[in-house]
Design a protein around this ligand. Structure first.
Ligand code: AG3
Length: 279
C-alpha cells in the first residue's frame, strides 16, 4: 500500500509526499504532533497536520531565521528563541562563539522530547549537552513578561497564526518583545508566505510598525512551505539589516552555512513588488 501525506495550501492546491513510515503520532495538551519518514525529504515533522520541518530543507529556514539578526547586531551575547522546539534555530545560534547564552522557550514539551529522540540533526544542542543552552517549557508571552530588558536578539520561531501561536502575531506581544530586548536589540519572526498570506502579513507588519522604528521583510526559498516563497520579519530598535550590516564580519564567519552567506544577506532584503506591498 502506498502512503502519501498532503498539506493543503488552499482549497484547491497542496503539497504531497510519499511516506514510508509513521515514526510518532500523538496529541499533546496543545496540538497534534506527527513525525513521518518521507522518501525525498527525510524525516518530516507536522504540527496539526502542517509541515514544520523536513531534514532536507530545514537548513534554509534555520540559517535564515538566525544569521541575519546575529550578523546585523555587532555583538549578540544573550539570545532567546520563542517556539522552535525542534532545536534547529538553537543549533545555528550556537555556531556564533560570541553568544554566551541561548534560551529556548517552547510551549510544548512533547515537541522538544520527540525532536531529541527522532530529529537529532536539529536537536543536537538542546539535548542537555551544551551548557550555553537553557530550556524552558513555557508560554512565550508569559516568559518575556518576566524577562524585560535582557536580550540582544529574540527569534520567534512559531507555527502559523492558528492554534497556540495566534498571540505571537499581535501588537501586545510585540510590545513585550520590545521590552524584553536591550536598547539596541533585534527581533526576527517567521512571517509566512508573501504569495499566499498577504492579509496575515499586512496585519503582522502593521502591528510591528506600531512598536519598532525599523521593520523590514526578507525572503528565503523553502520548498516544503506553501508556495516555496517564505519570509521573515526583521524588527529592530537601532540597527538596520542592510545599512548597518558588516559584510566583512559575515564573510569571515569561520563556520559553514549551506544557505546563508554575506551576499545573500543583502539580496534577501530585496523584495519582489507584490511582497513589498504586504508590508
Ligand atoms: N515554523 C514555521 C512553520 C510554518 C509552516 N507553515 C505551513 N506549513 N503551513 C517552523 C519551525 C521550525 N523550527
Amino acid at each position: 500500500m502506498e502512503m502519501w501525506y498532503t498539506e493543503k495550501h488552499s482549497e484547491n492546491v497542496g503539497i504531497t509526499m510519499k511516506v514510508t513510515e509513521t515514526l510518532f503520532s500523538g496529541k499533546s495538551e496543545f496540538q497534534q504532533l506527527d513525525i513521518v519518514q518521507t522518501l525525498e525529504y527525510g524525516k518530516m515533522m507536522l504540527l496539526d497536520g502542517l509541515v514544520m520541518v523536513t531534514e532536507r530543507d530545514e537548513f534554509v529556514y534555520h540559517d535564515m531565521i538566525a544569521h541575519p539578526a546575529l550578523f546585523t547586531h555587532p555583538a549578540p551575547k544573550n539570545v532567546l528563541v520563542i517556539g522552535g522546539g525542534d532545536g534547529g534555530s538553537i543549533r545555528e545560534i550556537m555556531k556564533h562563539p560570541g553568544v554566551e547564552q541561548a534560551t529556548l522557550c517552547e510551549i510544548d514539551g512533547l515537541v522538544i522530547e520527540k525532536s531529541i529522540e527522532l530529529l537529532p540533526s536539529m536537536a543536537c544542542e538542546i539535548d542537555g549537552s551544551n551548557s550555553r543552552v537553557k530550556l524552558h517549557v513555557d508560554d512565550g508571552l508569559a516568559y518575556i513578561r518576566d524577562h524585560q530588558n535582557e536580550f540582544d536578539v529574540i527569534l520567534v520561531d512559531s507555527t502559523d497564526p492558528i492554534g497556540p501561536a495566534v498571540g505571537l502575531f499581535e501588537e501586545d506581544f510585540y510590545r513585550l518583545v520590545h521590552g524584553a530586548l536591550k536598547e539596541d536589540g533585534i527581533m526576527v519572526a517567521q512571517s509566512e508566505s508573501p504569495f499566499y498570506h498577504a492579509d496575515i502579513q499586512k496585519a503582522m507588519y502593521g502591528n510591528l510598525r506600531n512598536v519598532f522604528p525599523i521593520v523590514e521583510m526578507y525572503q528565503a526559498f523553502i520548498p516544503t512551505y506553501p508556495s516555496g516563497l517564505w519570509s521573515f520579519a526583521f524588527a529592530s530598535k537601532k540597527y538596520h539589516p542592510v545599512n548597518d550590516f558588516d559584510q566583512q564580519r559575515a564573510a569571515n564567519r569561520g563556520f559553514h552555512t549551506r544557505y546563508y552567506n554575506e551576499q545573500l544577506h543583502l539580496g534577501a532584503f530585496m523584495l519582489p513588488t507584490f511582497a513589498r506591498e504586504n508590508i
